[in-house]
Write a protein that binds this ligand. Structure first.
Ligand SMILES: [Zn+2]
Ligand SMILES: [Zn+2]
Length: 119
């Protein structure tokens, strides 16, 4: 599948998504799994920036990423609170700490997407 032509609609091509190994046809929207390459897109729609594995930060299925260009417009206070929650979860990986960090991440995503859309 080197050209990533969609076998369903035979018009579209599979494009990277923010989810590891998950690709989506740009024509018919069919999603598929391609494990040949470890890269994910920024979660902001239509952002084509990608990242791969990094030292100390390997990609995992379900992991989400916000590129630098979309990260910096997020309010600093919110980023600080998120980092604190993330560190708390790393130090003490309880369900409660995970839920807190996860909830804050959701708020960061919303803000990144809103800022990108100019809201
Ligand atoms: Zn298709
Ligand atoms: Zn981005």
């Amino acid at each position: 599948m080197s050209d990533r032509l969609c076998p369903w609609c035979k018009i579209g091509h599979f494009q990277r998504t923010p989810w590891l190994y998950t690709y989506q046809c740009d024509e018919c929207g069919t999603a598929t799994v391609i494990e040949e390459e470890r890269r994910i897109c920024c979660i902001v729609p239509f952002c084509r920036r990608t990242r791969g594995d990094r030292k100390g930060s390997l990609l995992t299925p379900g992991m989400e990423w916000i590129c630098r260009a979309h990260w910096t417009p997020i309010r600093l206070e919110r980023r600080k609170v998120y980092r604190r929650a993330l560190n708390a979860f790393k130090d003490n990986p309880t369900d409660k700490n995970r839920d807190i960090a996860f909830g804050l991440w959701g708020a960061m995503k919303r803000e990144a997407i809103e800022r990108a859309a100019g809201i």
